[in-house]
Write a protein that binds this ligand. Structure first.
Ligand SMILES: [Zn+2]
Length: 654
């Protein structure tokens, strides 16, 4: 573990323009720099770097963040890897907390295992190119498949000849330990080579190290499996690995899409054919860890399947995990009896890509369509299908997207949209309740409130167009405004409102909202304000901890939620009032507090106006005097509304 002090030292040395200039040509423009965005293809620069704020932002694709985020994203590094990279760049020596003996040993073991696996890869490649058996059996097999020598080398392909212990002896001669050979499964318990008479594939992790090997049989022995793999080990955890990810990661980011196929040879064939954003889940059903791995590079997954029903059925059930990760999934079915490898060879790159484009289907719609076909007119089966589809839609993280699906599926399933909406909402509520309760219990129990906050600060993003609200909450009416006020109060209560006034954000909000507390619609957000008021009346210091450690579990959960979710504001585009999205927390709390109060008032006035207008139009036999009074209220309110709207606009568009 790198010490916090070291990390701080690195971060304070970093100049964002220096860091980015290693990858992007930057031109000075006022106090900022611009250049061509490295994350999407463009001809005119929309990529900006602000040295004073220490952030970059692309106005084309929306990517943005700190120097650290840039390195993580651009170089596909983890947080720690990126810190090490920056430390190296600025020649800062990192201080690491003492490793325990156990940690040290684990590190040494995995290092030696990587070296051994790499030796094996090299050995089998040697056999492939430099022995008669290798050339006549292995190399001719790969050549038949059309693989170029460069492809064979970059994917670490090889050949394991039909010898009893040729590899094992070679490894022992190089001083590799017998126990390590067995640990990696390269040597059997009876001291023989594990891979014999097989063409060999190397399986790399994200950073390009060989974590496992796989062999495809070359004889006609029906008693042996077609493919065998290294067993899981300290360095190979099957469900965390995607075949081809090392070779594909750059292309996946560039194309902003990951193509998922089933076999090693599918990956290699497509890659050689110029379609390089392709990986395989190799043998396991796609799982959450693998989806997360893909998500580091793109939100878009395209699955290519051969069209046999048994396979599709199994696959469809597992795919909800992709939806949960807020990924977009599209599906392409190949013609009967074709796999990507064979089909690509018949079609060539261009036609193949064209086919993908024409045949791709949205996953949920495909699923609904497909299952309904099977259910036919059987009412019981149809109900099952509805339930299944509702479960899938409920997993869609983005609420706009979710709504589109509801709309499309209600047509497809000939089901009333309102019913569908409420069914989906029920499932979401239930899922959430289960998840939230569990997570927050865990967090609070573990006393990890601080950790959750630190994690948030580390991952804070500066996107202008953040996802609106946690998908979890479906807010209506005034709750947007109320939620925003509660968020600012909880997160910013102890921050100064302004130098001159000498009051805090909390005091500012409370003095402005105290009179309107009764008009809060959401009881939870109202409670937040009451707690703050009480604490202030008792002359206690109000800060986020007041809420986080509150005995009311609901309040504590809400506070943790606010503090650990990247800042996200509702889009205030109703009534054409566009507001800035909050950027750096400390910089914006006062302005946010001011705007939130204004918006809250605006909404309330809007309601009064609406009610007054309704009164006026409905009661034709109203007393003249009453009518006049109502009208006067209306005019006064409209005037006030316009003034507030103007003030808001002034703040927004200076
Ligand atoms: Zn961009």
């Amino acid at each position: 573990m790198i010490t916090a002090k070291s990390i701080e030292e690195v971060m304070s040395a970093v100049k964002i323009e220096d860091v980015i200039e290693d990858f992007v040509n930057l031109k000075r423009k006022g106090t900022n720099y611009t250049g061509l965005c490295p994350f999407h293809d463009e001809k005119t620069p929309s990529f900006a770097v602000s040295p004073s704020k220490g952030i970059f932002k692309c106005f084309g694709c929306g990517k943005g963040g700190s120097a650290l985020n840039f390195i993580m994203e651009h170089e596909s590094m983890s947080y720690t890897e990126a810190i090490r990279y920056l430390a190296n760049k600025y020649r800062i020596e990192l201080v690491e907390t003492q490793q325990t003996q156990e940690e040290k040993e684990a590190k040494e073991l995995s290092d030696s295992l990587y070296i051994l696996n790499d030796f094996a890869r090299q050995h089998y490649q040697d056999q492939l190119f430099n022995t008669d058996e290798g050339r006549s059996v292995g190399l001719s097999y790969f050549k038949e498949r059309g693989y170029l020598e460069s492809t064979i080398k970059s994917f670490g392909l090889g050949y394991a000849p039909n010898t009893k212990d040729g590899f094992t002896q070679a490894a022992l001669k190089k001083q590799f330990k017998e126990e390590h050979l067995k640990l990696l499964g390269l040597t059997t318990r009876s001291d023989n080579d594990f891979f014999r008479s097989r063409v060999m594939f190397s399986i790399h992790n994200l950073s390009g190290k060989v974590v496992a090997l796989a062999g495809r049989i070359m004889t006609n022995d029906k008693n042996q499996p077609k493919y065998i793999n290294s067993p899981e080990s300290e360095i190979y955890i099957k469900h965390k690995i995607l075949y081809g990810i090392y070779q594909a990661k750059t292309a996946i980011r560039k194309e902003d899409e990951c193509i998922l196929v089933e076999g090693y040879t599918d990956v290699i064939t497509l890659h050689q054919g110029g379609i390089q954003n392709v990986v395989a889940s190799s043998g396991t059903a796609l799982n959450k860890e693998q989806v997360k791995l893909i998500k580091r590079f793109t939100q878009n997954i395209k699955l290519i399947y051969d069209g046999d029903p048994a396979g599709i059925n199994a696959a469809l059930r597992g795919l909800d995990i992709i939806l949960e990760e807020d990924m977009n999934i599209r599906l392409v079915l190949l013609p009967d009896k074709e796999d990507p490898d064979s089909f690509f060879k018949k079609q060539g790159t261009e036609k193949f890509l064209q086919f993908l484009k024409e045949q791709e289907k949205d996953f949920i719609l495909f699923k609904a369509d497909y299952l309904l076909q099977f259910a036919g007119q059987d009412p019981i089966k149809r109900v099952e299908v509805f339930k299944e589809i509702i479960q899938s839609i409920a997993k869609v993280a983005d609420h706009m997207k979710r709504h589109t699906y509801i709309n499309l599926c209600s047509n497809l399933m000939k089901m009333d949209e309102q019913i569908l909406i409420s069914e989906v909402a029920k499932v979401i509520d239930q899922n959430l309740k289960n998840k939230r309760v569990q997570e927050n219990r865990d967090r609070i129990r573990a006393g990890k409130v601080e950790a959750a906050k630190a994690d948030f600060e580390k991952n804070v993003q500066y996107e202008d167009d953040m996802p609106v609200l946690p998908l979890t909450t479906r807010l209506t009416g005034d709750e947007y405004q109320e939620r925003d006020l509660a968020r600012i109060l909880i997160c910013g209560c102890d921050k100064p409102y302004s130098e001159e006034s000498g009051i805090t954000i909390g005091e500012y909000l409370l003095t402005n909202i105290e009179d309107s507390l009764d008009s809060f619609e959401n009881p939870l957000y109202k409670k937040v304000f009451i707690i703050a008021l009480e604490s202030m009346q008792k002359k206690e210091m109000l800060n986020p901890h007041t809420f986080v450690h509150h005995t009311d579990n609901e309040i504590s959960i809400l506070a943790i939620d606010f503090l650990s979710t990247p800042y996200a504001l509702a889009k205030w585009d109703e009534r054409n009032i566009f507001l800035q999205t909050q950027k750096l927390p400390d910089e914006n709390f006062p302005r946010d507090a001011y705007q939130a109060i204004m918006r809250f008032k605006l909404k309330k006035i809007g309601k009064i106006i609406e009610q007054t207008q309704k009164n006026l139009s409905q009661q034709s036999e109203m007393d003249e005097e009453d009518k006049k009074l109502e009208l006067r209220v209306l005019i006064q309110m409209q005037k006030e509304r316009n003034e507030i709207a103007k003030m808001l606009n002034n703040v927004i568009l200076p």
